[in-house]
Design a protein around this ligand. Sequence first.
Ligand code: ATP
Ligand code: MG
Length: 609
Amino acid sequence: MTFRIRRIGRSHEADPDSGAARINRESLGLYRRILGYVRPYRRWMVISIIALLFSVALGLILPLVVRNLVDVVLIDNNLQQLNQLAAGLFVVFIVQAIFSFAHRLTLAYVGERAIADIRIRAFSHLQTLSLRFYADRRTGEIVSRLTNDVSLLQEAITSNLVALLRQALTLAGAGVLLFVLNWRLTLVILTGIPIITLIMVALGRRIRGASTIVQDNLAEAASILEESIGGIRIVKSFTREAHEIQRFSQRVNETFAAAMERARIASVLGPFIGFLAFASITITLWFGSYEVIQGRLTAGGLVAYLVYTMLVASPIASLAGLYAQFQSALGAAERLFSLLDTTSDVETRPGALQLPSVSGEVVFNDVSFGYTAELPVLCEVSFRATPGQVVALVGPSGAGKSTLVNLIPRFYDVTKGRVTVDGYDVREVDLTSLRAQIGLVPQETILFSDTVEANIRYGRLDASTAELEAAARAANAHQFIVQDLPQGYQTRVGERGVKLSGGQRQRVAIARALLKDPRILILDEATSSLDSASESLVQQALERLMAGRTSFVIAHRLSTVLNADWILVLDRGRVAEQGAHTQLLQNPGGLYRHLYEMQFAEAREAAGV
Ligand SMILES: Nc1ncnc2c1ncn2[C@@H]1O[C@H](COP(=O)(O)OP(=O)(O)OP(=O)(O)O)[C@@H](O)[C@H]1O
Ligand SMILES: [Mg+2]
């Protein structure tokens, strides 16, 4: 534990004190940005603040009444006036309760609405981010940002903001009244304010630092949780349960250590500020009585003054706690905003044209690409797929086949050369209009945890049942859906489709892509999990469907490739050969011939020849 606390300490040394001004400026920017989310509801905010003003003002009447009670009623023994005062107070407090209700409700509305907006905004933003972003992040971490960090912010905007505003206004109102009652006494008390402020700012920064560590570790823990649940089969088959528990516990314990650090600072801060506040009451008692003795203050005035001091003291004491929570929330806001500020590296350019309905010509013109600058994956790839052609991509694992087809829907941007569809550079057209015309069955098929029907319908949300079934038939999926699944099309497939077999999953995915009816179809090992019989059925269906659209088929089995119009043989990112099957076979030293002969030998062995 000591190590962890030290770690927290170090992270503070990392941001030097000279940066205080910068940090405050940053905080101001953060406040402004959070308020930006409140702005659309400013009308409610104004109503809320007006209600609050009334509510606080009415609350401040009590000490004045007490002064009257002591100075007038008790001295004159005026029973009738006492009754009037009591009745009046009742009315005042009822009205105050009503204003308080209005204030809380409206402010809660504003806060909850703003948080809902932030959540939706963050989710929408995530949808725009590129695959590169997701390759670099872990799902659990992102989920944690949208849950844990947003919750922290929510706490701050909804409940804390109510309290903070109320305390601040009470403080201001009571402060003014204190001045009116006896300014000399008030000046004595005010000397404490700068001390309190300095302490709060110093400790507040440490709280924020600790809170950041808490949230980071929570995000880390969420990632481990997500991964170990997603990979539960692997965990169990390798009996790594203890290892996973250890990984998770470590993060949770680090969260605990940082949370304790935060709690320690907050625990010191609260009572310390409370002590200062109540010390001021003692001073008031002493100095106020002295003023009464000197004849500068009435007894009732002193009582009223004391009540005001208490009214001031309790907000100051709780302000410290609220301030601590606010600092945590600011940290959360910072992380959330940094997520919102991440821009996608693949975006529709301003002024990009809508890609018109294409015929499906795809041209790679001297295309080079790498996921990182250091490591090229594709080198000077050039080819031309004419509309309606079936292009097969073959080559060893890791050659760059999946990478190549990912460039067509512009999941990544090329580093050199260009990819065009019907003559349009994919970078120059609207992304949505481009992707709307491309159907993709990826190498790792993912289904959503919904029904089979909903998963196929994902291809085209407004498809009719007949169209849906036709797509399922073409993908050779209809039969197993109707015969083997307990609820047919309404069967739920489980998370990522785990309740289906690998081959069934692939066929559902093919149906989904077919329903979209795209001009360009990309099948990345789409039939790899099927037995030969199913594969040839799907193959036949696909051939019918591929007619009239440009298709890219990646397959290791050459039987799938035989019918392609054009074959691209990739080797370590380069096009080693391209041409039709018969043409490529004629090259005796060629890679294609080599692959073909190997498979041919395998097939002969399997047949026992
Ligand atoms: N998101 C990524 N980030 C970084 N490198 C990647 C990424 N995806 C793939 N690579 C690398 O790019 C190279 C080509 O990968 P790719 O997936 O295109 O191969 P492939 O030809 O489809 O292989 P396979 O037949 O095994 O599917 C590999 O060396 C791989 O390590
Ligand atoms: Mg691949």
